[in-house]
Unconditional design. Sequence first.
Length: 256
Amino acid sequence: MKVLIVAEIGSNWEGSYTRAKKIIQECKKAGANAVKFQMWKAEELYNKSHPNWNEIKRSELSFQMAKKLKEFSDKQKIEFFCSAFYPDGVKFLISIGVKKFKIASRTCMLTDPNSLEVLQEKARSKKEIFISMGMGGNKKKILKIFENNKTTFCYCISDYPLNFDKINWIDAVKYDGFSDHTMGIVAPILFTLLKKFNYDVVILNSDLYTHSMLGINVPSRGKYKLVNGKKYFFCETTAQGWKIGVLPPNTQNISK
């Protein structure tokens, strides 16, 4: 299974070319295959009363800056692409040679100005499309728009940051991509392992500990739960260092 690791830079460069270059370099060192920025017009997506308005406005990605960052990324041998939120932005990105596009969850809602036009412009590009629908939207309509594109739908929950326990892994592995908003790197690594090895998994919930764990049906030793006659070994994913079948001391009662 080929894995594409995309580092979301988004607005974290805060309008600084120097900072953007540094982040791109660090993403390359970390092993990412691509970096993704966001191209928006602040006034079209946010109200000036937004508490982070200054940061949002400062992080607008101009055509000139996008071209510079694309050229810098090319030199670093890491792919550059964007979530674009207005049609002219899509056209410009095509003109500088981006190979793919991301569709943001909010764009799938079709509530922002030009959302439908943005989707249609990206579809006409015939380029590869990654889609998150964490805020909802009409999947059938999205599929129809992109019927002539290679598409990857990503499991996504639009919380920032996302609590790891809210991830439904049974649903997640039905998707071919994972748009991660958790802190750290455990979630996307776990998703990749589950997809690659096609593990049989369940979510094991505890009312006593108000906690959830992953249960994996694999040959192992240790603590497990029987579900429909199959052994699902506990896999603690929110704390580091715990092997399959081994539980932290504060969650030893598996009957509740």
